[in-house]
Write a protein that binds this ligand. Structure first.
Ligand code: NAD
Length: 456
């Protein structure tokens, strides 16, 4: 089938390449000419596992091409996936829909009759209906329908999530639109992926409800970590123990620095703002608290770092592990790691940041920070090492070797995922949110032997 994918960012690039890989003819469209030139040469604008190979293969096959022209797109296909950004508005918590609106307005004069505009961007409920009205006024597009097909891919596993999603949700107003989307996703449906066909409003809400639930789970365990810190209890044991309950489940229950990125924070805020507009604000009032708990984890991390450095950052060195908002991605939008790193620097510390993939993006966002291409360089002479993004690489660090490079072996594992036992056995004082009894390094062999000797 022929289709366009408009907006070639994290969602659009992956969607376009995956659709081409399963056999469709795809034209990717973006207003960013540089991005389109790179994509046309088979170069991915983002880091995602498997994307480079997929892009090279589909561009070489001729099934995936790129353009900057919506008119070309309308001439090429009758199905148009809209994947442009929907960031938070600068003046409020609501979603900024200017990019979505610009695509629809730009397509309208060129659309052929009977076209299908399929939104994948995350939008406030009611957007599809509003866009349908907008398009109905455009004379050149009789019979055009607007559907919504929210995207659930996770950065870091975006290609896998698109090829084998956990569910497909389509919000449609006709059997024709449902048929087109079933045909496009036929290989996934045949492979058993659940397919939910509903109205556009429900489809729009499925996406924000899912993100709100996950954000709530993360903030819940972080609130428990705050209580554990006050009570001298261990939030990581608590998380494992409640997660063993099959009604709760262990995922998204790691106490730590909280969520960031381009989705959860702005999606829960936009959801609360939209609910307020439609008279249901009270129902999602709790999302404000979820947001507050999440933001507080960043300031709690900075406060804990300051305490560990004796009350002041001035003249102290911090080695920061991680800049991306999550492992597996080079995305630094609203990254908790960078927010913490920047706060340390602003308050007088000298900060050196390492990340396996996100350094270029981090440097663009925070040019005032110093970046290091390897962990050793980031941590050299550090008074404190902070683990802020949970890249699997960091679990392979040899804590004994790193201890010889730092000025003092103090680790703040804000992601609560390094092996505290082996770090403290290597002489580190290990601190982590929700685990106030963690900090003492394990006794050395000599100390253990001396203790054993003293006892006998
Ligand atoms: P992004 O910022 O990475 O990409 C957006 C792209 O749209 C950019 O390349 C931009 O140049 C392009 N664009 C802007 N205006 C345009 C126009 N008028 N015509 C053509 N192209 C235009 O955004 P993203 O992270 O891919 O997110 C896109 C949407 O998908 C958002 O609504 C987001 O909330 C949602 N979403 C994102 C993810 C994710 O993990 N990133 C997951 C699910 C849903």
């Amino acid at each position: 089938m022929r289709m366009t994918v408009i907006g070639t960012g994290y969602v659009g690039t992956v969607h376009a390449a995956c659709m081409a890989d399963i056999g469709h003819q795809v034209l990717g469209i973006d207003i960013d000419a540089e991005r389109i030139a790179a994509l046309s040469a088979g170069r991915a604008p983002i880091h995602e596992s498997g994307l480079d190979e997929l892009l090279a293969r589909t561009v070489a096959s001729g099934r995936l091409r790129f353009s900057t022209s919506l008119a070309d797109g309308a001439a090429f296909a009758r199905t148009h996936f809209v994947c442009v950004g929907t960031p938070q508005r600068p003046d409020s918590h609501a979603a900024d829909l200017r990019y979505v609106d610009a695509v629809v307005d730009g397509l309208a004069p060129h659309l052929r009759p009977g076209s299908l505009v399929v939104g994948k961007s995350t939008v406030p409920v009611g957007t599809a209906a509003r866009l349908a009205e907008r398009l109905a006024g455009a004379a050149s597009a009789p019979g055009t329908e607007v559907a919504w097909n929210p995207e659930f891919l996770r950065e870091g596993s975006a290609v896998r999530d698109t090829m084998r999603p956990e569910r497909l949700v389509v919000g449609v107003t006709s059997r024709h639109a449902e048929g087109v989307l079933r045909a496009i996703y036929a290989p996934m449906i045949l492979a058993g992926v659940p397919f939910f066909s509903t109205d556009p409003a429900t489809a729009e809400l499925v996406k924000v409800a899912a993100n709100s639930f996950l954000a709530t789970k993360i903030s819940f365990i972080n609130a428990m970590a705050e209580v554990c810190d006050a009570a001298g209890a261990d939030a990581s044991v608590l998380a494992r123990a409640i997660g063993a309950d099959s009604r709760i489940g262990p995922r998204f229950l790691a106490p730590g620095l909280g969520f960031g990125g381009s989705c959860f924070p702005k999606d829960i805020r936009a959801f609360a703002a939209r609910a307020e507009e439609i008279g249901a604000g009270e129902a999602v009032e709790f999302l404000h608290e979820v947001d507050r708990i999440n933001t507080r984890q960043r300031s709690r991390t900075v406060d804990q770092a300051r305490r560990l450095l004796g009350g002041s950052f001035t003249g102290r060195r911090a080695g920061v592990l991680g800049a991306a908002f999550k492992p597996g991605s080079d995305d630094v939008r609203d990254s908790p790691a960078l927010v913490v790193a920047a706060a340390l620097q602003e308050q007088g510390a000298t900060v050196r940041v390492h990340d396996p993939e996100a350094i270029d993006n981090a440097r663009d966002a925070h040019p005032e920070l110093t970046y290091a291409l390897d962990v050793d360089k980031a941590c050299e002479d550090a008074d404190l090492v902070l683990h802020l993004t949970d890249w699997p690489e960091y679990r392979d660090i040899d804590p004994a070797a790193l201890a010889t490079l730092v000025r003092s072996p103090v680790l703040l594992d804000a992601r609560n995922s390094l092996d505290a036992g082996s770090w403290s056995a290597a002489g580190w004082a290990v601190h982590a949110p929700g685990r106030p009894r963690l900090c003492a390094p394990a006794p050395s062999k000599a100390e253990t032997a001396a203790l054993a000797g003293g006892a006998s």
